[in-house]
Write a protein that binds this ligand. Sequence first.
Ligand SMILES: [Ca+2]
Ligand SMILES: [Ca+2]
Length: 198
Amino acid sequence: MKLRPKCFLHFLCLDKIYCLLSVRNARALAYYFHLLDVHRKNALNDLQFYHFLHYVTDLRKDEIMLVFDLLDWDGKGEVGFDEFYMLVCIIMSHENHLEKQFMYRHSHHVFELLDIDGGHTIGLAEFNATRFLFNIKEEDLSRIFKDFDISGDEQLNYKEFKMFTIFCIDRQQRKQKEKLKKQELADKPATDMQTTVV
Ligand SMILES: [Ca+2]
Ligand SMILES: [Ca+2]
């Protein structure tokens, strides 16, 4: 999922820890939502939703309609501002490579979103259909289930899913530390050289 250039969402700034918008940005987004809500229903129908997401992202039609169904969890045929706000934060997290951070911070909401059939567990097919939202590779799915499906029912319950998100964050932090270490090592000879010259 990629954000198209020059769209309004590029002007929003996502908090890197909580993966949420500031109050000022959320107000700007609410104003944008009301501009899209031409029928003044405080909600977007599937057509409005499709055109919005098609305009701002590179998602395919079937992916957009799946996202609509996921957000319209009560089947009313419309998506309100709360769901719209969550979607925008997911898109912004994606854009800032903070998808795993978003999953960790908002694990319960994400779990409910990915649980397509509402059975309180996420199956392999459900995760496969929705993995594009959080940039999870298809080849990683079987390993995720092997490592985190502790109960062995080929489903992730909330606790198992939460463990997966914690693992993702741990791995991300480890990678960042390694990157920092490498960077320090790469910088060191230059500093030493400067000391020698001085
Ligand atoms: Ca399910
Ligand atoms: Ca399980």
